[in-house]
Design a protein around this ligand. Structure first.
Ligand SMILES: Cc1ncc(COP(=O)(O)O)c(C=O)c1O
Length: 441
């Protein structure tokens, strides 16, 4: 396949997502192939993947079982609608996913991305409240520095100013909990930080302001990933769950990042031992080989909608590509890969080594905090005066040139390697970051 780009304006037509397009097109970085722990540039230069793509290729790149499953399915049946029609793979995948959850999260709705999963979860929460006769419970509670994708629902409950400020009035009836990032008390924490469980009590204040009869659901990422790896303080999620129970409010965990072994457990639900009512997923569900998202809901929610819906269609919601056959094939092969290769357990075993290697960067130039959980790490840098984000962006570019892919958000370097990472890769990753930061202004 010819991947060459020719002509002076070859990069122009593509409006790239979440990218400084003008800057990128003046100085592009390309990858053309991927295998195992590595990307390869069009020239064949190897780049170690420190981010599992975008927190999503958890089993590493080009996994044979997944590739073959997609190829085989494409030849058997390319597409079938899931509106009033079924195909076996979608039911199989729903069954496999439901079986992965503890508790009663036993029904699965398919989407095509994390953003769609979030909007689906919010809509299911509203529909459930109305269906059971609590139609005034419409308010949705998100959190500062939360990222829930880019749909209008997701940016409304999300807590990132730039993702909200350009897009008008957003959803009405939304409030936000405070974020949990507290460098003054929790800097250099290994794993779950000690301080801040009381921040969950802000939900009590929101209830006092609006009354519980008006609140449908709270949505949080168990670990906030996209805004720089904000790990929940010890006891925080438990407290949130208890307050939701007290006021009959649904709790939604957005596990688009924390799902599928990222924390060394199947889901954040398992890592933290806190049971939400709804879980959103995407990314690692298909190892990112075919876009797919999903929402797991509790038996109580599903049964209520089945038994009490006032219309023959119990939920007026769905996507052309919900349960797409290629995505289902990829999902089933991905779950097989995780299970057969023991990748969640492997992530848990690698996590202590990962933690030590990461925290050994303490004392490196510009570094003001390091934090970790499972196979996630964050290195927070001192911002350059008057130029927030610039130092980390330069670090990202220098790392890429030095053969390592990291992700940056603000002045935080976020790491989330494929779960197949080996000790020598960890060494390469950390050494490259150390060298790059040391050389950086
Ligand atoms: C927690 C969380 N929710 C939702 C999303 C959105 O997923 P997508 O980009 O697939 O729409 C992301 C993406 O990073 C995420 O991290």
């Amino acid at each position: 396949m010819d991947t060459a780009l020719s002509g002076p304006n070859a990069l122009e037509p593509y409006w790239m997502p979440f990218t400084m397009n003008r800057r990128f097109k003046a100085d592009p970085r390309m990858v053309a192939r991927a295998e195992g722990m590595f990307y390869y540039t069009p020239e064949g230069r190897q780049v170690l993947d420190g981010t599992a793509g975008l927190w999503c290729c958890n089993a590493g790149h080009g996994q044979r079982r997944i590739v073959e499953a997609i190829q085989a399915q494409a030849a058997v049946m390319d597409y079938a609608t899931s509106f009033n029609l079924g195909h076996p793979l979608a039911f199989q995948l729903a069954g496999r996913l439901a079986a992965m959850f503890t508790g009663d999260l036993d029904h699965i709705f398919f989407t095509n991305s994390g953003s769609e999963s979030v909007d689906t979860a919010l809509k299911i929460a509203l529909a459930y409240q109305r269906t059971r006769g609590k139609g005034t419970k419409t308010r949705l509670i998100g959190r500062e520095r939360g990222y829930h994708g880019v749909g209008f629902g997701g940016i409304s409950v999300g807590g990132i100013a730039k993702n909200r400020m350009y897009f008008g009035g957003l959803l009405t009836g939304v409030d936000h909990l405070p974020h949990t990032h507290d460098l003054a008390r929790n800097a250099w924490s290994r794993g779950v930080p000690a301080h801040g469980a009381e921040l969950a009590d802000a939900l009590e204040k929101i209830v006092q302001l609006h009354d519980a009869s008006n609140i449908a659901a709270v949505i949080v990422e168990p670990v906030a990933g996209s805004t720089g790896v904000l790990i929940p303080p010890r006891g925080y999620l438990e407290r949130l769950r208890a307050i939701c129970d007290k006021y009959d409010i649904l709790l939604i965990f957005d596990e688009v990042i924390t799902g599928f072994g990222r924390l060394g457990t199947p889901f954040g639900v398992d890592y933290f031992g806190v049971q939400p009512d709804i879980v959103t997923m995407a990314k690692g569900l298909t190892n990112a080989a075919v876009p797919m998202g999903a929402v797991a809901v509790s038996k109580r929610i599903y049964d209520t909608c089945m038994e009490q819906a006032d219309a023959p269609i119990e939920l007026f919601h769905g996507y052309t590509y919900s349960g797409h056959p290629l995505a289902c094939a990829a999902g089933l092969a991905t779950l097989d890969t995780y299970a057969e290769d023991g990748l969640f357990e492997r992530a848990a075993q690698t996590a202590p080594l990962w933690e030590d290697a990461l925290h050994a960067l303490k004392g490196t130039r510009h570094v003001i905090d390091i934090r970790n959980i499972g196979l996630i790490g964050a290195i927070e840098l001192d911002s350059r005066p008057g130029a927030p984000g610039e130092r980390a962006y330069e670090a990202f570019r220098a790392c890429f040139d030095a053969g390592v892919m990291v992700r940056v958000t603000g002045d935080i370097i976020a790491l989330s390697p494929p779960l197949i990472i080996e000790p020598n890769h960890i060494d390469q990753l950390m050494q490259t970051i150390r060298d790059v930061l040391t050389a950086l202004d």
